[in-house]
Write a protein that binds this ligand. Structure first.
Ligand code: C5P
Length: 224
């Protein structure tokens, strides 16, 4: 990868998972740790970009490894959505690496529920699709990348997501393989872009995958 090749670029990254609480201590969430988003932030800083990272709750020591990154800490998908939508217009490249909780409880109890009052069932609603909302606001000079964490076949669902969400590229991530996915320091992926360009990245560190991804993205303006 060319050093400082992102010198004039503003890169916006989402990282980690969101939490959808139904009382102050209980939530629906997922196992995302933020390691992939952090690796992308490190790679982008190394290549000279100005980087902002919107992140869900994550390990403080991991966040402290980041220098020169503007951090925006959020908890819920709605907060992540608000932050991403307001930061998006200034970004040349946006990479949505966060694992957004797909559903949230419809009710929130501001006081901790005693065990005897805990609901035996939760009413849920789907959270808004952040990356799809960003895609609707995307200018031709902006690039938008998503992730598709998959088990089993990864290629067909990732291609379907890229098209449905109107993304420029997607990282198809086989989370059921050893040394890939949530919490791991290593990963593997297939990178796909909207023109059908495809690159297989076999077992490597998340930082190496981040650099492969930044190499893969074609920064020329998109002609519609
Ligand atoms: O549909 P799925 O969750 O597999 O899509 C994954 C991609 O969409 C990721 O880039 C993720 O950050 C993004 N996403 C989102 N908002 C959601 C759900 C997923 O931006 N509510």
């Amino acid at each position: 990868q060319g050093d400082r090749d992102l010198a004039n670029k503003q890169v916006l990254i989402s990282a980690g998972g969101t939490r959808e609480h139904f009382d102050p201590v209980r939530f629906i969430g997922n196992p995302a740790t933020g390691k992939m988003g952090i690796a992308i932030a490190q790679a982008a800083v190394h290549r000279g970009a100005r980087v902002t990272m919107v992140h869900g709750p994550m390990n403080v020591e991991m966040v402290e490894t980041l220098s020169e990154v503007t951090l925006v800490s959020v908890t819920t998908a709605q907060q992540m959505s608000d932050a991403m939508l307001s930061l998006f217009p200034a970004a040349n490249l946006t990479i949505m690496a966060a694992a957004v909780a797909d559903v949230r409880p419809t009710a929130y109890h501001p006081e901790k529920l005693p065990k005897r009052s805990l609901p035996q069932q939760l009413d849920l609603e789907t959270v808004p699709d952040i990356v799809a909302q960003l895609a609707q606001k995307k200018r031709p000079d902006q690039h938008l990348v998503g992730f598709a964490a998959q088990t089993g076949d990864i290629l067909a669902p990732a291609w379907e997501k890229l098209q449905r969400k109107n993304l420029d590229a997607i990282v198809a991530n086989p989370i059921d393989q050893p040394g890939a996915g949530f919490g791991s320091d290593t990963n593997q992926a297939i990178l796909l872009d909207r023109h059908g360009k495809k690159q297989n990245i076999s077992g490597c560190t998340k930082l190496q995958l981040a650099h492969h991804l930044l190499d893969f993205i074609d920064f020329s303006p998109i002609t519609l």
